[in-house]
Design a protein around this ligand. Structure first.
Ligand code: NZQ
Ligand code: ZN
Length: 387
């Protein structure tokens, strides 16, 4: 195990009817709030009116910026930054999933900066200040509700890039699993895949003696797999939705990182799919993760065999651990298919003649991956494996 510092200061408020607390929590940080949300699900399903009632009760003023698209766009973020600067906004309330939260985080950074917020994504500037934000989560997936990151697509050139800072940790995140009953099954499945991917990015490490985080990760993955199946049978099963919602936060709040170094190449390779082709991030991961695994498993066959045995219940073949490892990857791929995720690039109409461009964009800042270091040519081969 390596040295680590773990601090996650986001206050989690979890359970039924907790959205009624949004006004009183917001009041701790702001008096004039930017209400930030997506394409309309919060109005369609009644959450918007509940939030407004809670804000009014807490005597908080607000202005609104809706319309965040999945894979949030820089152009809307720039609008939000102008609103914050011109209207004396002191707090941003994100109501939605990873896209809304990430958009809110980028606005929070840009509101405190005189230049163009894209400078941070291009690594020309370090984050030194940000408006505080709070979250009312509507989809368990990205884990952005208690993560330090934000991922944004620049509409000009379809470059999807990320920033990270402790300053981006939301002050609070309200998680009511009932709100997720209305999720379309495709979004539920994309969320399940993303939260699993966050755990697997951390699981495949070269650091040894990380037993505790290995077992926590395997347990979290098994919990997600079991409860995903329950939710597909019974979309209004509160307890199954609750397990998924809490798992998505745990998967990405830093706890499972402790004492180890995660890989993260699959996420970066995926961002070219959702950045250029605007597919759901989770769907992209269902395609990329199995291909990445097939490409790198020989680097540490025993770790992949352990993953197959402890997560996917594959019997260990001691005379041929590589076979065990490959069976685990196959079972994972079948699971993604069974919940309605694509597992090949052709299923989402991504043509082979774009692989080179995607591999170039993925290596924009250099090589990828910590478990195995990948050059541009390796990434092109992973796209080939995924076709
Ligand atoms: O826009 P509305 O109408 O609200 O509909 C949304 C959207 O179309 C819908 N939805 C959300 N909650 C709903 C609902 N529909 C019905 N009922 C509800 N309760 O779901 C759709 C997808 O929403 P989105 O926010 O895009 O989903 P997700 O949470 O998966 O976020 C994906 C984004 O997060 C980024 C991804 O790259 C992607 O851009 N990520 C952010 C991370 C971070 N900041 O730490 C880490 C992740 O790895 C990821 O990269
Ligand atoms: Zn992700």
């Amino acid at each position: 195990m390596i040295n680590f510092t773990f601090q996650n200061s986001t206050k989690i408020i979890f359970g039924k009817d907790t959205e009624s607390q949004v006004g009183q929590e917001t009041r701790l940080y702001g008096k004039k709030v930017l209400l930030h949300y997506g394409g309309g699900s919060i109005k369609k399903y009644g959450l918007y009116n509940k939030v407004i009632a809670s804000l009014k009760k807490a005597n908080i003023g607000w202005v609104e910026l809706g319309g965040v698209q999945p894979n949030p766009r820089l152009s809307l973020i720039r609008d939000g930054i102008n609103m914050c600067k011109n209207l004396d906004i002191d707090f941003i309330l994100a109501i939605g999933g990873g896209s809304v939260i990430d958009s809110a985080k980028a606005i929070a950074v840009g509101a405190k900066y005189d230049g163009d917020v894209w400078d941070f994504f291009m690594r020309k500037e370090e984050i030194s200040d940000a408006l505080p934000i709070g979250v009312l989560l509507t989809i368990p997936a990205a884990g952005s509700e208690s993560s330090t990151g934000s991922v944004v697509t620049n509409d000009d050139g379809q470059l999807k890039k990320d920033i990270g800072s402790q300053l981006l940790l939301p002050k609070f995140a309200i998680l009511n699993p009932e709100i997720t009953f209305t999720l379309p099954s495709y979004q539920t499945a994309a969320g399940v895949t993303d939260m699993m991917a966050h755990i697997m990015e951390r699981y495949f490490t070269n650091v040894t003696h990380v037993n505790l985080t290995d077992r926590l990760s395997e347990g979290a993955l098994k919990t997600i797999i079991i409860n995903a199946k329950r939710v597909f049978d019974q979309p209004n099963n509160y307890d199954a939705r609750a397990e998924l919602m809490w798992a998505s936060t745990i998967a990405h709040n830093g706890l499972l990182d402790t004492g180890r170094i995660g890989d993260w190449a699959s996420h970066m390779i995926e961002h070219e799919l959702s950045g250029i082709y605007d597919i759901a991030h989770g769907a992209g991961l269902a395609i990329i993760f199995p291909a990445w695994m097939k490409y790198v498993y020989q680097h540490d066959v025993n770790r992949f065999a352990q993953f197959a045995v402890n997560v996917w219940d594959i019997p260990m073949n001691f005379s041929n651990p590589a076979e065990t490892a490959l069976l685990g990857i196959e079972k994972m791929e079948n699971f993604f298919s069974s919940i309605g995720m694509p597992t090949t690039l052709s299923e989402v109409n991504i043509p082979e003649d774009r692989f080179d461009e995607m591999a170039s964009k993925a290596t924009f800042f250099g090589t990828l991956g910590n478990f195995v270091t990948l050059e541009k040519d390796d990434i092109r081969k992973i796209y080939e494996l995924a076709k």
